[in-house]
Design a protein around this ligand. Structure first.
Ligand code: 5MM
Length: 333
């Protein structure tokens, strides 16, 4: 008699660890249709579902991507598309050794009564969408709250933290690891202290809400911004950014959180990698730190591709070089 040993279904904690440990990070390729179309058009490429598909296929199939990338975040459109060989994107990602993730927020709206502040939407019907993504083998999901240092208040932080916590609790019910992303934007000419204050406000409200929602903190990945001056202000040295970022996170993020994967936020690849390198060298880090960069990994590849099949290999080399640089930033000690 033959017995079939059921395949091990990874726990939330195991998936979160796989995403953030082992010297690899997450590639954010989940631009909404609107953002992706604008980025294609900026490079002179006519935006269409096929162009967006070809671009994401180029990213996913770069040979050796899994050496430095543990997971890739897709938007809903890509998640349901097929590669040119007929495989679905999530299936192909698993086969290539990269966990597929899905962005499930539906973007931001003005937060009524709080001039200029934004609230991230997408909770309506989220359970049904997560059930469908889980069936299609999504390993993790992402929800991004967006804060501007000029409009963030305790209420704005709490409203967005509450939505993030409800999203995270729902994801865990469906066996999907939630990436929780409270992004303090670095557009503007504010100083590092202003970003420090805003990031503390956002993270404090978030972790309070996550606890109250009963979210298992061992099964999440936090995706924060680095604590930096605004992009239009005088830059701070990488070790100053790393120290400020570490202090904020150390004060607020419990050690039970397995991994922190930073967004790049409009910083150059070199800057984002050097912040990460300095930070990951800090002694006794309670969590794994890695990257979940979007623009810092893909911008050069998109430019090199320019929509031409003949440029695919060159574009993939640009992507791989940036992914290796980011992975090296967390591996070098
Ligand atoms: C890749 O861009 C993501 C989705 O953006 P939109 O919904 O606005 O189109 C974005 O959430 C991204 O995952 C994070 O902001 C990190 O990207 P960067 O470029 O800041 O590392």
């Amino acid at each position: 008699m033959t017995t079939t040993i059921p395949a091990h279904v990874p726990t939330l904690a195991e998936t979160a660890q796989r995403m953030t440990r082992g010297g690899r990070g997450v590639l954010a390729a989940d631009e909404s249709i609107k953002t992706m179309s604008a980025r294609l058009e900026q490079e002179g490429i006519a935006a269409s579902p096929t162009a967006r598909r070809d671009y994401r296929e180029l990213l996913l199939t770069a040979d050796g991507l899994a050496d430095s990338v543990s997971g890739i975040i897709f938007a809903d459109e890509t998640f349901g598309q097929q590669l040119t060989d007929g495989r679905g994107f999530p299936e192909a990602a698993h086969e290539l050794g990269v966990l597929p993730g899905i962005k499930v927020d539906t973007g931001t709206s003005p937060l009524a009564g709080h001039d200029g502040a934004l609230i991230t939407e997408g909770l309506d019907g989220l359970g049904a969408r997560l059930a469908s993504y889980a069936e299609r083998k999504a390993a993790f999901a992402k929800w991004r709250a967006v804060f501007d240092i000029r409009t963030i208040t305790e209420y704005v932080a709490r409203a967005n933290g509450h939505a993030l916590a409800r999203y995270a609790a729902l994801c865990q019910q469906y066996g999907i690891v939630p990436i929780v992303e409270p992004e303090v934007l670095c557009t503007g000419d504010h100083d590092l202290a202003a970003c420090d204050r805003a990031t503390r406000l956002a993270l404090t409200a978030l972790f309070d809400e996550l606890r109250q929602a009963g979210v298992d903190l061992t099964g999440i990945v936090l995706k924060p911004n680095f604590v930096t001056p605004g992009l239009a202000a005088a830059p701070a040295p990488a070790d100053v950014v790393a120290r400020a970022t570490f202090e904020v996170l150390h004060d607020i993020v419990p050690a039970t959180v397995p991994g922190i994967a930073f967004l790049s936020g409009g910083h150059t690849t070199a800057d984002a990698c050097s912040f990460l390198h300095k930070l990951s060298g800090a002694p006794d880090l309670p969590w794994s730190v890695t990257f979940s960069f979007g623009r810092a990994l893909v911008s050069a590849a998109l430019q090199a591709w320019a929509g031409e099949p003949a440029n695919v290999a060159a574009a993939q080399q640009k992507l791989l070089a940036n992914c290796h640089e980011a992975a090296n930033a967390i591996r070098r000690r």
